[in-house]
Design a protein around this ligand. Structure first.
Ligand SMILES: [Zn+2]
Length: 236
């Protein structure tokens, strides 16, 4: 009953007062699914493993031998439309954007044999205070989208972020590593389910890879067979 009222009364009324427009270009949308128009979705810069930014992070992971490989969909460009979309995902409660971005990423995951046979998707956790403040972890919604496409299960209760880390944006590479060092903790109850399994750690934007690396170390220390990384975007 409530859903009928929602669909036939509340949604049309809301759309009449606030017509659905694209978040980034303000074009009027015919359907209100993710609030980003097809033209804006298609304008994001797609990248592959030949891109220098991807290459740099892949080589860094190969040198450190913790995270085995990374997959991403887009290049994160400062002041670009994708930055705006990710901002809405993280701070305006637009969780459906995360699912949509995850579905894009999922299409790459199923085509890459290193990733396609993974056992679990793990959203990189937020500290509980940050999650309480935001109300949700955006990476969980990205995982849902990946899972829709790939069928890989989501493990969102294996690891916590035990340390409240300061924002990484003003820090250099070694400061970032220091900042996230020992920030993650695998929960004892999860250890028996981690042994011998392959994990894909999922984040919205990867910059130096220090956060993913710190989280991956905890999974390997708990007996994981392999740890991979996937992100919506890579930043330079
Ligand atoms: Zn648009």
């Amino acid at each position: 009953m409530l859903s009928i009222i929602h669909r036939h009364v509340i949604v049309p009324l809301r759309d009449f007062i606030y017509p659905p427009v694209c978040f980034t270009c303000k074009t009027l949308l015919s359907e209100d699914v993710t609030r980003v128009c097809a033209r804006c979705w298609n304008s994001f810069t797609r990248i592959d493993s030949r891109h220098p930014t991807w290459n740099e992070i892949q080589q860094k992971f190969e040198t450190e031998r913790i995270v085995e490989g990374i997959l991403s969909s887009f290049l994160f460009e400062k002041d670009g439309k994708l930055q705006e979309v990710i901002h809405h995902l993280k701070y305006s409660g637009m969780k459906s954007l995360g699912v949509r971005l995850g579905e894009e990423l999922g299409k790459r995951i199923v085509l890459d044999e290193r990733f396609a046979d993974a056992d679990f998707l793990v959203p990189v956790p937020l500290h509980k205070l940050k999650q309480r403040e935001r109300g949700y972890n955006q990476s969980e919604y990205i995982c849902r989208g990946i899972s829709h496409v790939s069928g890989i299960a989501i493990a969102d209760s294996f690891v916590i972020r035990a340390k409240y880390t300061q924002s990484q944006t003003q820090l250099n590479v070694s400061e970032r590593r220091e900042n996230v060092g020992e920030a993650f903790r695998v929960l004892p109850a999860a250890v028996p389910r981690i042994g011998g399994k392959t994990f894909i750690l999922v984040d919205d934007v990867v910059t130096t890879g220090s956060t993913i690396d710190a989280c991956a170390r905890e999974f390997l220390a708990s007996g994981a067979r392999r740890v991979l990384a996937a992100s919506v975007a890579l930043a330079q």
